[in-house]
Design a protein around this ligand. Structure first.
Ligand code: G6P
Length: 599
């Protein structure tokens, strides 16, 4: 969602801010703006729509600035227009804000009573007035704002009477300081600083950061805080397209090398390494996530229920936005697993905090090491996927499924439901996974896409693991191609969904499980009898009458612990090719945000 960049130093401030905002585009936004300072004045420039519009507006500006702040806005309070776009100024204070201020209406009334007036409909402008209203030094004014504000915020603040300083503070919304030589950066996302520096400082909640070009001073209620300067493990190359037409395509291709990267990290001397969390002491496990991460969680539950549990462990999955409003009857040996690529998804973070508060053990499967979820969970299994820029996740989901599978395998091995010989087979399959998935990258997905890209509705059917995979396949397609698609358990087709089948309705049949192949096949044929065009994804082990199908994709048969990560690859490509044929903005689909930091 919204993104923040701040810069103070000798480079061309406008360029650094615009380039920074471009790095943040992937998060999703509808307008963007900058505020820049020099000795004489403060200039604010805003524009609605893509960053390129803002770039056009700043082209003619040749003034030299010493500091500035920039923002991409994803509207929450007030319409998408230039007025509501950040930065916001009120009296002596100009700022950019990510997050939502829940008590902004009360604060607005209080501030109006003492003479402040407001130009915008945003909650963010209130913060500027609130800080300004404090009569005292700047540090105390920011502490005062922290006390008064309810909700979430990452803020970078400029005071009209102090030209060489940026201030920053945060609550429930990420913000880091990038540390340079004679220059410093503030950003909501590490990818912004990578072209200039790998050194960064995490800002913790309750801290106030004062940034000049030569110094980063951090204070909390006890005074000055000494902070570690960390080194980012991601490089600028990780955050660039490297010749691929889209980030999504690049990230799908990165899945091949991720197989070996994860194998080397999690397998040690032919055994599951210590880096895979041992969850065998828990008898009640809740797995919670949003979007694709939730669908990865569904695969994890399926694997534990079917292949690992000896009845001594009960696994539930839920979407975080539902879980947080339900009652939970935790036992002394409950575990909450949260799954999140960004580590900042508001609902997932709220569930983690709820469990931490109830003293329930928590484990995060998370990609961004400096994220709130990574910092607050008791145990962490990092996804090691590198930056994921395309809004629709591919390598993120792939890694989440793989890591949940490894947790399940280790659990089964400890419990004895996976014996030594099965464990050895699984580890050997894991070592061959890279070559198995590589074979799927050269198939012809474009011709399948050509047959379905102009349809209004596309359905997916499957049973058990195939159905769970269909959830992600269908989501991927609708996210980036905007085609309505849905997934049904094949056996449920007759209980309603078959009424939707018309002449030529495309139905993708996922039939990779031995036990249920014949049953699902006859469900598919029932749809065909009503006019559906069938597209089959199956494994290379079955024999059947191929004439029922428009196209057939055969994926390599692997153990079910790995089948989901193999099966998802063709669906990622089909979604990609369909979106490409429709001319959609693949990396930045409309209305979607990469990291959903509000409820
Ligand atoms: C958004 C993204 C999805 C992602 C979901 C959860 O909806 O567009 O791709 O799966 O958030 O994100 P997380 O960062 O928590 O995995």
């Amino acid at each position: 969602m919204c993104g923040i960049v701040g810069y103070i130093g000798n480079r061309n401030v406008t360029d650094v801010l615009v380039q920074g905002l471009k790095c943040l585009e992937y998060r999703g936004y509808d307008s963007a703006g900058l505020a820049m300072r020099n000795n004489k004045d403060l200039k604010i420039i805003k524009s609605v729509g893509k960053i390129i519009n803002l770039e056009e507006k700043v082209k003619g500006i040749h003034d030299k600035y010493c500091s500035g702040i920039g923002h991409t806005r994803w509207a929450t309070h007030g319409a998408v227009n230039e007025l509501n776009c950040h930065p916001h100024s009120n009296a002596n204070v100009t700022l950019v804000h990510n997050g939502i201020i829940e008590n902004f209406r009360e604060l607005r009334k209080e501030l109006e009573l003492i003479g402040y007036s407001f130009k915008t409909d945003t909650d963010s402008e209130i913060i500027a007035a609130l800080i300004d209203s404090y009569k005292g030094n700047k540090y105390d004014a920011l502490i005062y704002a922290q006390m008064k504000l309810k909700g979430s915020y990452a803020l970078v603040i400029m005071f009209g009477d102090e030209k060489d300083v940026l201030y920053a503070m945060r609550k429930d919304s990420p913000l880091i300081v990038g540390v340079g030589n004679g220059e410093n950066f503030i950003a909501s996302d590490i990818s912004v600083i990578l072209p200039y520096t790998k050194k960064y400082i995490d800002i913790e909640e309750g801290e106030i950061v004062k940034v000049t070009k030569d110094d980063v001073l951090v204070y909390n209620e006890s005074g000055k805080v000494s902070k570690d300067v960390k080194i980012a493990s991601w490089t600028i190359l990780d955050a660039q397209k490297n010749g691929y037409e889209h980030f999504m395509l690049k990230e799908m291709n990165e899945q091949i090398d991720l197989c070996s990267k994860l194998y080397n990290k999690f397998i040690e001397e032919d055994n599951y390494s210590e880096d895979i969390p041992d969850i065998s002491k828990y008898d009640k496990i809740d797995i919670v996530a949003c979007g694709s991460a939730y669908y990865a969680a569904c695969v994890g539950k399926y694997l534990i229920d079917k292949y690992v549990s000896d009845g001594s462990v009960q696994v539930n999955v839920d979407v975080a936005s539902e879980y947080r409003y339900k009652n939970h009857f935790y036992t002394g040996s409950s575990l909450l697993i949260v799954v999140s690529q960004s580590g900042e998804t508001a609902d997932t973070l709220a569930c983690l905090r709820m469990a931490n508060k109830s003293n329930v053990d928590t484990l995060a499967i998370v990609n961004v090491p400096s994220s709130s979820i990574a910092k607050e969970a008791k145990m962490v299994m990092l996804m090691l996927a590198g930056p994921e820029i395309a809004v629709a996740t591919t390598k993120g989901y792939f890694t989440q499924v793989l890591e949940l599978s490894l947790i399940a395998q280790k659990l089964g091995y400890i419990k004895g439901t996976i014996d030594e010989s099965l464990k050895n087979n699984l580890i050997s399959e894991f070592s061959n996974l890279k070559s198995k998935i590589t074979s799927l990258y050269d198939l012809d997905y474009s011709s399948i896409a050509g047959k379905v890209f102009d349809k209004e509705h596309i359905y997916f059917i499957g049973r058990c693991l195939d159905y769970v995979l269909g959830l992600e396949a269908s989501l991927k397609l609708k996210e980036i191609s905007y085609i309505h698609s849905d997934v049904y358990q094949a056996g449920e087709l007759k209980h309603g969904p078959i009424a939707l089948i018309e002449n030529e309705t495309p139905v993708f049949c996922i039939l990779t499980e031995n036990e249920i192949f014949d049953k699902s096949l006859s469900n598919a044929i029932e749809a065909k009898s009503r006019g559906a065009k069938l597209y089959l994804i199956t494994t290379d082990e079955f024999e059947f009458d191929e004439h029922y199908f428009e196209s057939i994709i055969k994926v390599p048969k692997v153990n079910d612990f790995f089948q989901a990560v193999v099966n998802i690859i063709p669906f990622q490509f089909i979604a990609y090719e369909v979106a490409n044929k429709k001319g959609c903005d693949i990396d930045k689909p409309k209305n979607l945000a990469k990291s959903v930091t509000v409820e």
